[in-house]
Structure formats: C-alpha cells, structure tokens
Design a protein around this ligand. Structure first.
Ligand SMILES: [Zn+2]
Ligand SMILES: [Zn+2]
Length: 77
C-alpha cells in the first residue's frame, strides 16, 4: 500500500511514475497528471498527451505554439 502524493489517498492499487530518476506514487492518473504534467505556455492546459516543444517551452498543440510565435512546429502525435 502506498499513499498518493497528490491527494494523500492510501490505496492498494496505487502505482509509481518515475520522472527524472525520482519515483512518485499516485492512486490515479488524474493525480499523476495534476502533479507531473507540464502546462501549455499559451493556454495553460495540462499536457497529458504528446505536446510540442520549442526553445524549451511546451505547448498542447501547434495552434498554441503558433500563437506564441513558434512557427516551425507541427502536431506530431
Ligand atoms: Zn490521488
Ligand atoms: Zn495550449
């Protein structure tokens, strides 16, 4: 049994996500996304899918990247 890092729930089907060499424990994907997913530079949405990266910034979609001036990106998901 392990306790979720986000909500503190003690759940027997919790799981671990390793990011940057550090293990994190969660009871649900929602909690994992809340804690670990980056947010779009343009619209602030949580990026749970592929996302797009340009010059160290991350965007949820090509539209947002273009809105912030990253013109050479296309959706690759
Ligand atoms: Zn949780
Ligand atoms: Zn966005």
């Amino acid at each position: 049994m392990a306790r979720c890092e986000t909500c503190g729930n003690d759940y027997d089907k919790s799981f671990q996500v390793t990011m940057g060499g550090q293990a994190h424990t969660f009871d649900s994907f929602e909690c994992a996304i809340h804690a670990l997913a980056p947010t779009c530079e343009a619209c602030g949405v949580r990026i749970a899918g592929h996302g797009l990266e340009s010059a160290g910034k991350i965007y949820c979609c090509a539209h947002c990247a273009q809105a912030k001036g990253a013109t050479s990106l296309r959706d690759r998901a």
